[in-house]
Write a protein of this length. Structure first.
Lengths: 460, 460
């Protein structure tokens, strides 16, 4: 009976053809945010639907008010296998500034970069190259086993780079179609070129805009300076109190639901030997500014933050203008971990501001949809199995990573489809996603496909 | 021998002709800030030179790299009279938005407004109407006495509304020409339509822009939030400490040179029965925000301030962007009183910021030329004499006023020509200077000229 090794061999033998297929996919200029590229987005959806049908999936394009979804299902079911939902996106970022590209972003080629073969082109890493690792694994599987892996649903959107307006409605309306036991999401990275990873902790987010209003109009400080309350001064005092001298966040109840890292995870992160000095030095810094007692990785992956992302008020042009402004505005975001409740934190901020308002000032708020942090259940055997499968493929053992940012779809999968996600990806820090000269290492593509074959073999 | 009464009678009899002359002056579109009006500025300088020559002054236009100065001197000297330098400006503000004017800004007319005759037109109050009060007083004086008042120098610039770039160099190069015992400046206002005033205290100013730099580039808060220092947070903490809870300014040495108001002045200001509730209520406020223990007028006229006039950093557009910015900027100004030293205060601010910088942050500063406060020597008998002269002319006794802002020329006169200034003007709060539909009350113009005749008679 043919087995995993045959599938891996098939992937090796088929690499050139697989790269040609990826190139064809990359030539489609599926920039979702620009309406001028709507037809190319449709072409990309059709391309995927056709590829998946050819491999043996029951694939269908689902039109939406925006760009289409593509959903493909294994025709074969197995009673004992895990039902898996694989998510990816076929749309890409815009390419401007075009003059910073060394070549046409939509004419992909294989080149050398820092001693590695890379495939260069917009979308090569984000996310066409990544999603094709899974598709190629399925193709090889079919070649060897005569059928695609059972119990799979592949789900691709075309609006990830433009805010995914159709995603939540589509998921809500197609819960049954997308139902599975576990989601696989291939939109993350490796620890380094040698070390694959599973991202098991994503920080959540709360975004809040605070507007403080004082006088009913802008005033002249020669005329009113002294008796008139200045909303910038009020705002800076309110913001300044949000952290104590150690950088700890002072909002009442803020740390509810923030747990200390399990020792095992902490030890594993420490074993990564993360180069803090290089990470900070790269952006002109030398000292971690987060809470004392946590190293840089812990601060990014496992600790919550309160950040002022923007502030404005009064005259901000060249030179001076002695205005006492009517309003001052700050945009704040909180990165959340563990079980912190986005709504409670937004409420706590509102109350914090209101409690500190002096007479004659008012506050108003605009909120961005909050999202809780994601903490994967790594005690589920599927995580250890996947970790082993990845470790078998790559030079160094696979690791669990955190992620300082959010991946919104992971939250939607959890909230709407009630599924955890296994986040495995093969991107690298130097892939230049969203930037000119995006690339994806050929090793990421090829060994990524082999990794998925191993994971499917292990967990299904 | 003819006396003051004859001069006053002459002013009364000549009012219609004086208004016609003012209208002619107002028709010249001497907008100094717009190069398209350079010829009109020249015309206004020539018009003034010619008028002053006709009256009997030795008048001369002095060309500069910008718009010309006009200097006119009494041909007659008197050994016992005070030598006086009268300052005014013949340039005017731009008129846009033109659609908000009820009529052509440069076609002046006499109209009624709130029961008062007013002359409407750009520059009617600021400063053509005001300066002509003095010129008309001299004209009537000549008519009665056969000569203009002795020991006078009249000094007019044409760049007051565009930053006076030529003023300081001209004063420095013409100290002898402009030399006198006392300056008269007619660019201020009355307390109300019934009550003339002398402005004896002007606040000075220090302007400082503070830039805090943290990371070498903007960062993503998902990637760096926690370990990366946020310069907005640093800036808000530094600014928040500048005032204590009572609004007292915490910069070391800030209050050096700030004296308590003399009891007599305090009592006089109190007698003005200033309507604090209306003043604050007009701009949506109800409670004076300055230091406790000082009323609103005292806070504006006699107390120093530290204001944040502008703040910016990070993303300030619509919606949210989770950026950790590289820089944050604040524009600050300090209004100074008494003998506060602008340079020491700028230095204290720099040190204050530097002392509070955390590791990995730097600060840079841009300074605006500072100016000390002006406190007139009201013990000089000329002040009491002028107060009495004004009180003789108007329905209510004249008062000493402060001014929350600065009048730069007063500082230059002090620093370069070593002269105090007597600030007398007849503007009113509703004159709409710098705004559409500027006007000057005919009573301000006529009784203003009569006031100058009385003052000249009293102090020379």
């Amino acid at each position: 009976m043919p087995g995993l090794d045959n599938v891996l061999d098939a992937l090796d033998n088929d690499l050139d053809a697989a790269l040609d297929r990826l190139k064809g996919f990359l030539r489609l200029q599926s920039i979702s945010t620009d309406p001028a590229y709507a037809q190319q987005c449709l072409d990309a959806a059709n391309w995927l639907t056709s590829e998946l049908s050819d491999i043996g999936f029951e694939a269908k394009r689902h039109d939406t008010p925006g760009h289409p979804m593509v959903v493909a299902k294994s025709p074969n079911q197995s009673d004992d296998g895990k039902r898996l939902l694989f998510y990816g996106h076929y749309d890409v970022q815009p390419v401007d500034p075009l003059e910073l590209w060394a070549r046409d972003p939509f004419d992909p080629v294989i080149e050398q970069q820092n001693g590695h073969d890379v495939i260069r082109g917009r979308g090569s890493a984000d996310d066409k190259g990544q999603l094709m690792t899974f598709v190629e694994a399925c193709r090889a599987w079919k070649k060897i086993h005569g059928h695609v892996p059972p119990n799979l649903t592949l789900f691709f959107e075309g609006e990830e780079e433009s805010g995914s307006p159709s995603l939540v409605p589509f998921m809500q309306q197609n819960k049954e179609l997308l139902d599975a036991d576990l989601a696989l999401v291939c939109d993350t990275g490796m620890w380094d070129t040698q070390t694959p990873s599973i991202s098991t902790m994503l920080r959540g987010m709360v975004g809040e805009e605070v507007t403080i209003t004082g006088p009913s109009r802008d005033l002249h400080s020669g005329m009113y300076g002294g008796p008139a309350i200045n909303p910038i001064r009020v705002l800076t005092r309110i913001l300044a109190e949000l952290h104590d001298d150690d950088g700890r966040i002072m909002l009442p109840g803020f740390y509810d639901g923030v747990d200390e890292l399990p020792d095992a995870v902490k030890a594993q992160w420490q074993s990564l030997n993360f180069d803090e000095a290089a990470f900070l030095g790269d952006v002109g810094l030398s000292k971690p500014a987060g809470e004392p007692g946590y190293n840089v990785l812990e601060q990014i992956w496992s600790r919550p933050t309160c950040e002022i992302n923007g502030i404005s008020g009064g005259y901000t042009g060249e030179g001076f203008k002695t205005v006492l402004p009517s309003v001052a505005i700050a945009k704040l975001s909180f990165r959340l971990v563990g079980n912190q409740d986005p709504e409670k934190i937004a409420d706590a901020l509102h109350q914090w501001v209101i409690d500190r308002l002096p007479e004659d000032c008012t506050a108003s708020f605009k909120s961005k949809d909050g999202s809780a942090a994601t903490v994967m259940p790594i005690d589920d055997p599927v995580f250890a199995e996947s970790l082993k499968a990845l470790s078998d493929e790559w030079p160094k053992p696979a690791v669990y990573m955190g992620c300082g940012g959010s991946i919104p779809v992971v939250g939607y999968i959890k909230d709407i489809l009630n599924m955890d996600s296994l986040l495995v990806g093969f991107g690298l820090d130097d892939d230049a996603i969203h930037s000119p000269n995006e690339k994806y290492n050929v090793a990421s593509f090829h060994k990524g496909a082999r990794s998925w074959a191993r994971i499917l073999d292990a967990i299904q």
